[in-house]
Design a protein around this ligand. Structure first.
Ligand code: RB5
Length: 154
């Protein structure tokens, strides 16, 4: 059973709740790091909380929701070991798993209709990483992290 951490800012709160309900219907328990309402908060705080759950191994995958999904993706990808993918269509959600082994999905509640977001979550959770040549590329991403992100092509 896949373990999920979920978080949002105020803009993503309602969609976060919808995703949580859908997962609960399937018997999938989520660790909800907040936020707990529509009062204005700062999305990096929630990105950091979900990213921490993923990198510590407390959960297998993370889901983050803000207005566009962009801020959550930028923030989560600052955390070593996180591969956060912003998806706005089902095929991108699928490919984020098969090609990129994404461990966090970010969603834009002001961009993506709830039904589409729920479909993307389903595909994100159901799709395995393809490995093979894609693993080599993931290894290169990890190498960039361990070099502190300072290597630039010459
Ligand atoms: C909040 O107004 C908004 O900036 C935030 O939800 C997100 O869209 C940032 O990327």
């Amino acid at each position: 059973m896949v373990r999920i951490a979920i978080g949002s800012d105020h803009a993503g709160f309602r969609l976060k709740e919808a995703v949580k309900s859908r997962l609960a219907e399937q018997g999938i328990e989520t660790i909800d790091v907040g936020t707990d309402g529509e009062a204005s908060v700062d999305y990096p705080d929630y990105a950091a909380a979900v990213a921490g759950k993923v990198t510590s191994g407390a959960v297998d995958r993370g889901i983050l929701v803000c207005g566009t999904g962009i801020g959550m993706a930028i923030a989560a990808n600052k955390v070593r070991g996180i591969r956060a993918a912003l998806a706005t269509d089902v095929e991108s959600a699928r490919l984020s798993r098969t090609h990129n082994d994404a461990n966090v999905l970010t969603l834009g509640a002001r961009i993506t209709p709830p039904d589409l977001a729920l479909d993307m979550v389903q595909v994100f959770l159901d799709t395995p990483f393809a490995g093979g040549r894609h693993q080599r590329r993931i290894d290169k991403i990890s190498a960039l992290e361990s070099e502190g992100g300072t290597r630039a092509p010459r």
